[in-house]
Design a protein around this ligand. Structure first.
Ligand code: GAL
Length: 669
């Protein structure tokens, strides 16, 4: 007998539909209607008390849980699970008024004022103590409440306040450095302080990388980024320890992978979570926002070690914080949501339930818009709810991928430091470029940490991994040696973990694997383009590549290095390692990666704009097909289509803009 699929959150069933709910913004008369409509929409998990601090602790020595008690009972009576915020997301005015020293300070010494949110220094012992006191109260009161399914620690930790340069942070930074280096000699060596007379003679001399006249010390900047991520993680851990002592309910917090926020090294955070939760908002500043949505889903699944995860927030339509807040087209909400499910989400939650009428988020979309239930949004929410019901048997299944992309927050920090060969080489752009090419080739990608075991994959992709440790580079070589295929792109392998250049020729750590050696970089001028003899073109970068055993696949025909190799391929052990010495233009990159992937035995597709992902489990193989195009698309498949509840014989047409989920015939019970 087949086992029941494992649900993501104990006490829930099927695919979760959920939302943030801020009842404190509403008259209690509205609450009952809210709960009734939540039931109508099939909402099964509601995050409350996320920004509740000022409500439940109106003064330093006073707690008032009456409102929260009532909300919890209303939700409980309706059978709705609770994702209970610890309430520490934003300190209330009384705390910063009493303790202005908790307010964070920017790199040029400016202290932020209260009045927004998250205005605290992550290292502040005063803040941490106040947060711990609140969490203790909340966990004591609700830690075994039958409606509480999940602890939602704080909110998007480090979203606004990740980097604080105040004196308290400076002291904490010194403590972190002492623990890391033990001796000043070790720190001076790691930071290369022989340069510009920067040598430290006492720990007290060391500061965070506050604004300097000239460029600062890169080692200091890199360690400060690591320290800052650790400090914010410590804010999570302070709460987590209390919750584990007082409650057995699973603990998590909502990550912000990926988009533009890069301050947290979530590879370090992930092991502390009972389940991985992510927030995702379409970024309309990107050329194709839904490609980044897919990447965010894949990063989140990577953080979850391949297991299902929870989408803790997305929007039904527009947000309020982009320069122009675009709404979603009809059907886009379903496509976005089921793309997250395709990529491993077993729950889809939203910010927020009811659109605010006050505050800066009053023009942010919600499940229940200002217009009420007589609205397109509400109808699409009900449609999503039905779709989640009809595909619920995918719960617990895992995404199948033959390709790994190595992604590193540390490399992101290091690559984007100043004083580099070209300010146009930005880490995330390079990740997006390679991911986009694979997305367009219909290839599902697992996102893995540097050093991960790659043995289950056919192809490993390494975008501009400027900072890499010896062992992390060796993991890529071992994979290729054992028969795998790797694609490494320019500005990889350049420095070690201390941002110290690997000498003897570029690309340092990957020279042997790639069979190339370059003695000089030749980045292009702003907006520059370079042509290759295979008809492709590149941007940003060239370098003087000398093959040392590799085969030249394409050479530059113009630019600073006409006639010199641009793309090489090297046999290494039983496998093949490709090097791309320029940023190939999109279409050329897509064509090349499609060929490389196909050669490596990866299934590729040539229908641009149609996304296909396979989730597999004991209950079957589930093919997700998301048609982002304006034309119908037909695929060859046999089985049963779950969204429309139709048998599929041989082929299925996915209407323009639609999503279908097919349980494959061979896996039917
Ligand atoms: C998130 C945050 C929510 C809400 C939302 C609006 O970053 O966690 O509280 O502000 O953005 O898009």
């Amino acid at each position: 007998m087949a086992k029941e699929p494992q649900v993501l959150i104990p006490g829930t069933e099927g695919l979760v539909l959920g939302c943030d709910y801020n009842p404190e913004q509403w008259d209690p008369a509205v609450w009952e209607e809210d709960v009734r409509l939540m039931t109508e929409a099939g909402v099964s998990l509601v995050a409350i008390n996320v920004f509740g601090w000022a409500q439940i602790q109106p003064a330093a020595d006073r707690f008032d849980f009456s409102g929260l008690d009532r909300i919890i009972e209303l939700l409980h009576e309706a059978g709705i699970g609770i994702n209970l915020g610890t309430g520490t997301a934003s300190p209330p005015p009384w705390l910063s008024a009493r303790h202005p020293e908790i307010l964070p300070v920017s790199a040029d010494g400016l202290r932020a004022w209260p009045g927004g949110r998250q205005a605290y220094c992550p290292s502040s012992p005063v803040f941490r103590e106040a947060a711990a006191r609140l969490v203790t109260e909340v966990a004591t009161r609700y830690g075994s409440h039958p409606a509480v399914r999940l602890w939602h620690v704080s909110n998007e930790l480090g979203c606004h306040n990740a980097l604080c340069y105040c004196d308290v942070s400076a002291e904490a930074f010194r403590g972190w450095l002492r623990a890391k280096y033990e001796t000043l000699d070790a720190l001076n060596a790691a930071w290369g302080t022989a340069f510009w007379s920067q040598r430290y003679g006492a720990w007290e001399e060391i500061l965070p990388p506050r604004r300097t006249l000239s460029s600062g010390n890169p080692g200091q900047a890199l360690d400060f980024a690591r320290f800052s991520s650790d400090e914010v993680l410590e804010c999570f851990l302070v709460e987590e320890r209390i919750l584990r002592e007082l409650s057995t309910i699973p603990v998590t917090t909502n990550f912000m992978a990926t988009a533009h926020i890069r301050t947290q090294d979530y590879w370090q955070w992930a092991p502390h979570m009972d389940l991985i939760a992510n927030d995702h908002y379409l970024d309309h500043r990107l050329p194709v926002p839904h490609q980044e949505l897919a990447l965010a889903g894949d990063i989140t699944r990577g953080l979850a070690g391949g297991r299902p995860w929870l989408l803790m927030e997305q929007s039904t339509g527009a947000v309020n914080w982009q320069p122009r807040n675009l709404s979603k087209a009809p059907g886009e909400l379903l496509r976005n949501s089921l793309t997250h499910v395709a990529r491993g989400a077993d729950g889809i939650c939203f910010f927020q339930w009811r659109a605010s009428v006050q505050g800066t988020e009053k023009f942010h979309s919600a499940l229940l818009p200002h217009a009420g239930t007589e609205s397109r949004t509400w109808r699409e929410v009900l449609e999503l709810s039905r779709a989640l019901q009809s595909i619920k048997e995918v719960v617990g299944t895992e995404v199948v991928a033959d390709v790994a992309l190595i992604f590193s927050w540390e490399a992101w920090w290091a690559t984007d430091l100043d004083s580099h060969p070209s300010e146009d080489v930005r880490y995330l752009d390079q990740v997006h470029a390679l991911y986009r090419a694979l997305w367009e080739a219909g290839v599902t990608v697992d996102i893995v940490a540097p050093g991960a075991d790659l043995s289950g994959y056919r192809l490993a992709v390494v975008p501009s991994l400027y900072l890499v440790r010896d062992a992390e580079a060796a993991a890529v070589s071992a994979f290729v040696e054992a028969g795998g295929t790797a694609v490494v792109t320019f500005f990889s392998g350049i420095v070690d973990e201390n941002d110290r250049v690997r000498t003897g020729g570029y690309p340092g750590a990957f020279r042997d694997l790639l069979g190339v050696r370059a003695d000089e970089f030749f980045p292009l001028a702003a907006g520059g383009r370079v042509a290759l003899d295979d008809g492709s073109t590149g941007r940003l970068w060239t370098e003087s590549i000398e093959p040392t055993g590799s085969e030249v696949v394409a050479s530059f025909t113009d630019g600073p290095l006409p006639g010199r190799p641009a793309i090489t391929r090297n046999r290494f052990g039983g496998g093949t390692a490709w090097y791309l010495g320029t940023a190939l233009d999109g279409e050329h990159l897509r064509v090349l990666l499609t060929e490389i992937a196909a050669e490596a035995g990866v299934t590729v597709s040539t229908t641009p704009g149609v996304e296909r992902v396979l989730r597999r489990g004991e209950h079957g193989d589930f093919h997700f097909i998301i048609n982002h195009t304006a034309t119908d698309h037909t695929v060859a498949l046999d089985g049963y289509e779950l969204v429309t509840a139709q048998p599929v014989a041989e082929s299925l047409t996915i209407p323009a803009g639609a999503v279908r989920v097919v349980r494959a015939a061979e896996s039917e019970k």
